[in-house]
Design a protein around this ligand. Structure first.
Ligand code: T3D
Length: 280
């Protein structure tokens, strides 16, 4: 595995390169980002948001990256907003301006993940709470270790689900379960999350990274642009009526049909050989 150190660590020049808040590594065409504040369960500070954003921008810009895995260092995946970060208290009058933090950090983060040109896998290694849970759920495929859990911690501190939670949760598990999770703020074990369709897969702890990487390698060999457009079509369709979704399918399919990957996929099928996809 190589460590390109992308531009992520450069956004925090006062931090030694050996200790980035987001670790960056490559496994062939798979980029791996590891949130790296283990003592605080990788909760988000403004500085970590900055490094993560730089790392995600680098994924978007680097044509050699064909799949992304996001995980956490230590025993947690991400505990959401760092409730001790001074950036929380961003209001001009000295009072907390949580809305400004959402606009400045979490809305761009959620949009950035939704717009990435490659498939994104969250490898949830431990507790994912608050915005950390919804950051994971906004990824395309969520694989969680059996000991991991998901907590919509917002109600415990007088907030609503953010980082896309209000949109994602009802769509993933239906309104009744979404409200149950959000209102109680109860811890949902990974196995139960898999059973209710909140996540793709729950695996034994020891198999988490192997499972995530093997899935990412498989996706990296597939037609990347078609995978990213599949996410786009699904997300857009939930805002459209049936005919609107059909029209969008026609437009996206028209675009994909002009790409080299489609020609390659058909040619490989007819020649009974493995395809070699290149578009992104
Ligand atoms: O500005 C804004 O607020 C806007 C954004 C809002 C989005 C949000 O994400 S709001 C939700 C914020 N997150 C939470 O409310 C979760 C808080 N954390 C917890 O409830 C628990 O830590 C967990 C249930 C996630 C895990 O519990 P446990 O018992 O396994 O671990 P712990 O002992 O509570 O935590 C370990 C350490 O991490 C501890 O530090 P210490 O005592 O060892 O020095 C704890 O303080 C720290 N930590 C965990 N979560 C956070 C945190 N520190 C700061 N902020 C956190 N969110």
């Amino acid at each position: 595995m190589t460590d390109p150190r992308a531009s992520a660590a450069q956004s925090a020049p006062d931090r030694p390169l050996s200790e980035p808040l987001v670790r960056v590594a490559d496994d062939g065409a798979v980029r791996i980002l590891t949130l790296n504040r283990p003592a605080q369960l990788n909760s988000f500070t403004a500085a970590m948001h900055g490094e993560l954003r730089a790392a995600l921008d680098s994924v978007a810009a680097d044509g050699g990256v064909r799949a992304l895995v996001i995980t956490g260092a230590g025993r947690g995946f991400c505990a959401g907003q760092d409730l001790a970060d001074p950036d929380m208290n961003a209001g001009a009058d000295g009072a907390p301006d949580v809305g400004a933090v959402i606009e400045r950090q979490y809305r761009p983060l959620a949009n950035c993940i939704a717009d990435l040109p490659v498939p994104v896998i969250a490898a949830v290694n431990g507790v994912a709470a608050g915005a950390g849970a919804n950051f994971a759920l906004g990824c395309d495929l969520v694989i969680a270790a059996r000991s991991a859990s998901f907590i919509q911690a917002f109600s415990r501190i007088g907030l609503i689900p953010d980082c896309g939670g209000s949109w994602l949760l009802p769509r993933l598990v239906g309104r009744a379960r979404a409200l149950g999770l959000a209102m109680t703020g109860d811890k949902l074990p990974a196995e139960q999350a898999e059973r209710m369709g909140l996540i793709w897969q729950c695996v034994d702890d020891a198999l988490l990274m192997d499972s995530a990487l093997s899935l990412a390698r498989r996706l990296a060999a597939m037609p990347t642009r078609a995978l990213a457009q599949t996410r786009r079509a699904f997300d857009a369709a939930s805002r459209l009526d049936y005919d609107g979704a059909l029209a969008l399918e026609a437009r996206l399919q028209g675009e994909l049909g002009r790409q080299a990957d489609f020609a390659e996929g058909v040619a490989a099928f007819l020649a009974k050989r493995a395809p070699s996809f290149r578009d992104r």
